[in-house]
Design a protein around this ligand. Structure first.
Ligand code: 5GP
Ligand code: ZN
Length: 114
C-alpha cells in the first residue's frame, strides 16, 4: 500500500469528494478549502514535485491544466475569475508531495500571494 496520501485517494483507498476524472488525472475537493471552490487536480501517477517533471511529462501536465480550465467552467468560475496554483517544495508551502494544481474560485484574490 502506498504511503502517499494522493496516491491512496487516486486508488480509492481514502475517500474524497470527486469532481471529475480523466485517463491520467483525478480532481477532488480540498479538505480544507481556502475559497468557496477549492479543487485539487492530481496526476494518477506519483510525481513528488514540479522539479521532478521530465520533458516527456509535458502532455500530462497540459491535460491537468486543461482539466482545471474545464472544471472552472463547470463550476461557474470564469466570470468572476479564478486562480490556478502549484506549490513546489516546503518553502513554497507544499505539504503533500504528489504534484497537484489548486483551482480556487468564488472570491476575490490579492496579488502577490502570501
Ligand atoms: P499543498 O500544501 O501541498 O500545496 O496542498 C495540499 C492540499 O491538500 C492542502 O490544501 C490540503 O488542505 C489538502 N489535503 C490534505 N489532506 C487532504 C485529504 O486527506 N483530502 C483532501 N481532499 N485534501 C487534503
Ligand atoms: Zn503519490
Amino acid at each position: 500500500m502506498s504511503e502517499c496520501l494522493f496516491c491512496r485517494i487516486v486508488a480509492g483507498e481514502i475517500p474524497a469528494d470527486l469532481v471529475a476524472e480523466g485517463d491520467d488525472w483525478v480532481a477532488f475537493r480540498d479538505i480544507n478549502p481556502q475559497a468557496p471552490t477549492h479543487v485539487l487536480i492530481v496526476p494518477r501517477r506519483h510525481i513528488p514535485t514540479l522539479d521532478d517533471l521530465a520533458p516527456s511529462d509535458a502532455a500530462l501536465m497540459g491535460s491537468l491544466v486543461a482539466a482545471a480550465a474545464q472544471i472552472a467552467r463547470d463550476e461557474g468560475l470564469v466570470e468572476g475569475g479564478y486562480r490556478l496554483a502549484a506549490n513546489c517544495g516546503a518553502g513554497a508551502g507544499q505539504s503533500v508531495f504528489h504534484i497537484h494544481l489548486h483551482l480556487l474560485g468564488g472570491r476575490r484574490f490579492s496579488w502577490p500571494p502570501g
